[in-house]
Design a protein around this ligand. Sequence first.
Ligand SMILES: C[S@@+](CC[C@H](N)C(=O)[O-])C[C@H]1O[C@@H](n2cnc3c(N)ncnc32)[C@H](O)[C@@H]1O
Length: 336
Amino acid sequence: MEATIVSNRSHHYPVLLKEIISIISPQYGGTFIDCTFGQGGYTREILKSPNTKVIAIDRDIESKKIADQIKKDFQNRFVFKNIKFSQIKNMKLKNENIKGVLFDLGYSLNQMKDNKKGLSFSSEGQLNMKLGLNDFSAREVINKLTSDDLQKIFKYFGEEKEAKKIANKIIKERTKYEINTQNLVNIITSVKKRSNSKIHTSTKVFQAIRMFVNKEISELINGLINATQILKKDGVLAVVTFHSLEDKIVKYFFRSLSENKSISRYQPKIVQTEPILSMIERKPITPDKQELLENISSRSAKLRFVIKKKNFYNFNTDIFEKFKFLIEIENISNKL
Ligand SMILES: C[S@@+](CC[C@H](N)C(=O)[O-])C[C@H]1O[C@@H](n2cnc3c(N)ncnc32)[C@H](O)[C@@H]1O
């Protein structure tokens, strides 16, 4: 479980790039929304096709530097917006022929290497983990929330088996000093000293805190709903996920909107009879041998996609109800 595109090479490696391009077919033109612009790997490839336009989104203002370089070469075909992808439906898109909406979830190698962001176990200094446009940081989460709340975050967002012990140790230690990134790594390591897992002992807890700080569950759900609304008929919605929780949400959303729903007394809230999406591949696409050789960190990537069948804007979904328990954990942040 590794929610990142961290590469074993020193340069940026856009995950599943050729698969994404073959699915969205930019050679036929149209407007594409790259919801996770990052270092522009997907955007640059799309812009190679002459009749395309890209609207790029990233919550991290740092990615504007890369966007500014691209803008120099593609004045009329490229726009960058520093917003969260949960907000894409607020953009003025009336006259755009949206042919594709892309999500490559997680964070980039550049963000991981940025010591101030505190995403890496070796970061020095205060806890942070904000990707951009956040309301609070990991520093407040770890130093303010109760043991019960921390446990829930570690258990449900990180699937961490030692959640209770780690949370209790944090509470004990923080009476003596304010916990920073290295203190947190030490606390987790001391609790999990007998772990013989292949992943770093702190991976799961770090993932859980990052998801909580960046409200990644509601971001993803709202992003999927908005993307489905703004896509034109025959447009493609493609999502690359890096861990099982993300994939579960995407899989449920795609399946539930691509199956015929009968009006059932057991599902009274879903009255849609016509499926809005079409799912061609039910199994996710994963990196091929060559990509795994070049970028071992792509091993947890899964690409799923759907095609919009109708020009509907409004549709019903029970996705918030289905993942209510995760949203409730996210809402623990109201206490901060
Ligand atoms: C894995 S990187 C994307 C890399 C990109 N595909 C490329 O080839 O350069 C994920 C990016 O999504 C951004 N991001 C994550 N969550 C976001 C959200 N809710 N709204 C907007 N951007 C987000 C991160 O800041 C990061 O830059």
